[in-house]
Design a protein around this ligand. Structure first.
Ligand SMILES: Nc1ncnc2c1ncn2[C@@H]1O[C@H](COP(=O)(O)OP(=O)(O)O)[C@@H](O)[C@H]1O
Ligand SMILES: [Mg+2]
Length: 446
């Protein structure tokens, strides 16, 4: 993409309505525009990041054996009356009446709808295990939407639902989700710590939230600092392997890590004092096992191997896709702007032409641009007729992890400058070497 042809409405001033850094930077970098309280348009740069995150979520769900589908945003109230949640859900549910006077709602979550799909088509244990998921917009009429996309009213969520014959099988699904979530967040350059949490209106006994540590986080958390040393890394996972998934789950949940709702002071005090941490975190996902809470009232039953009918064991599992955009920025920025992790960056690198209109500099930039494009990378070429300072400021603000700077002086010696946004370190290399280096950096992310 060439900047002169792109739509990147960056703001010069810091917007006064934004209270936290991710919201400020998303507005300044021209990623989002508020449409109504807690409802945003995703401008091209923001939309690109949202799609990258969504893609990673899809890939890791499919890798875990989960099956994508798409359910609608609008649902009929009847199903929610069947489960008993229509009245329970309260004012967070946006209720709508259609022209025939039928009660509808904008889905805040999809347990009822997915269970209805299941009961209409599945009747035998032979079709289990089954995990279906979708990535769809949700609406919750939050009393106080704030912090931009972090607590919106309309937001994009991945929500998945497992159906299993036995509790044991459903617990494997729970562990499988936990492992796949760890991999998902790590690919985005994030550390999200599973913490024992409270189940809220979804209900159920077993639940973990995934928290990204950040001062601006809405949740208070208590943990043993040793949990921050554990990484999934590159290890091979066989998602069908019950023992392996359980072992990873145990490894990541053995140490004390809880949100304030389930915090237990006595147990916390058993953690060595120098490792006790009380901090804040952003909830970027949650997994639940809730047994037959929905399958029983909604009649989602299957015939078992013994011929007997029994309600299926279920769980639901969510990732806050749009919230992640803000969470990643909270975890990765400096006073000049965003610093995208390679896994989610909207463009792979920036090309800055120091002297637009100089025949040699223009030609070198064009050549870099086509060489990068030819190997499937997306550069953002700042081809505006602007001072170098202004171009650098824009690149720093929008946070592309790598920048290639091209100017007549360097070209005389056959070199361009390759700069890391994170460290600020620059190196002079030939244009060909710059392309090779960028290609190698992104190799593990493709
Ligand atoms: N109002 C919101 N705005 C943005 N993301 C949200 C919002 N509410 C929930 N999410 C995201 O969706 C994920 C799954 O939702 P869920 O656990 O059902 O939400 P909650 O814990 O708020 O009831 C959460 O972990 C969070 O990342
Ligand atoms: Mg939650």
């Amino acid at each position: 993409m060439r900047l002169t042809r792109y739509f990147l409405p960056v703001l010069k001033e810091t917007p006064s309505e934004a209270q936290i850094v991710s919201h400020r930077l998303m507005l300044r970098a021209g990623m989002i525009k508020q449409a109504a309280a807690g409802i945003y348009s995703w401008l091209p740069l923001g939309y690109k990041v949202l799609r990258r995150i969504e893609q990673i979520v899809h890939e890791e769900q499919v890798r875990a054996g989960h099956i994508p589908l798409l359910m609608p945003t609008l649902q009929s109230a009847d199903l929610w009356r069947e489960s008993g949640r229509y009245d329970d859900y309260g004012q967070e549910m946006l209720r709508i009446t259609d022209r025939h006077g039928r009660d509808m709602l904008y889905g805040p979550t999809n347990e009822e709808l997915i269970t209805d799909i299941f009961r209409g088509h599945v009747s035998s244990y032979k079709d289990l295990p089954l995990t279906l998921y979708h990535i769809q917009w949700k609406f919750r009429d939050e009393i106080r939407p704030r912090f931009g996309v972090m607590r919106g009213r309309e937001f994009l969520m991945k929500d998945g639902y497992n159906f299993d014959l036995t509790k044991e099988d459903a617990l494997h699904a729970y562990n499988r989700h936990l492992v796949s979530y760890l991999r998902t967040y790590e690919r985005m350059g994030l550390q999200a710590i599973p913490m024992r949490a409270d189940s809220g209106p979804i209900g159920g006994d077993d639940t973990h939230e995934f928290l990204v540590l950040a001062e601006t986080g809405e949740s208070e958390v208590f943990y043993d600092s040793a949990v921050t040393d554990i990484r999934l890394g590159e290890r091979e996972i066989d998602y069908d392997n019950v023992d392996q998934c359980r072992a990873v789950m145990e490894e990541f949940t053995a140490l004390y890590a809880r949100t304030d709702e389930t915090h237990d002071e006595a147990r916390f005090n058993e953690v060595p004092e120098d490792r006790r941490r009380n901090a804040r975190g952003i909830e970027v996902g949650q997994i639940f096992y809730f047994g037959t809470k929905y399958s029983e009232p909604l009649g989602a039953v299957v015939q078992g191997p013994d011929g007997k009918q029994s309600p299926v064991h279920m769980g639901s599992h969510g990732i806050g896709v749009s919230r992640l955009v803000g969470a990643i920025i909270e975890a990765s920025h400096d006073d000049r702007g965003i610093i995208w992790p390679e896994g989610v960056t909207p463009f792979h690198c920036g090309i800055v032409n120091l002297k637009q209109g100089d025949a040699e500099a223009d030609a070198a930039c064009e050549q870099l641009y086509s060489a990068l494009t030819a190997i499937g990378l997306e550069p953002l070429y700042d081809d505006r007729n602007e001072r170098a300072g202004g171009k650098f400021a824009t690149m720093d603000l929008i946070g592309l992890p790598w920048r290639i700077t091209v100017g007549p002086r360097g070209l005389k010696n056959g070199v361009v400058e390759l700069t890391s946004r994170r460290t600020g370190d620059s190196e002079e290399v030939s244009p060909e070497e710059a392309v090779r280096r960028i290609a190698a950096i992104y190799e593990p992310h493709r």
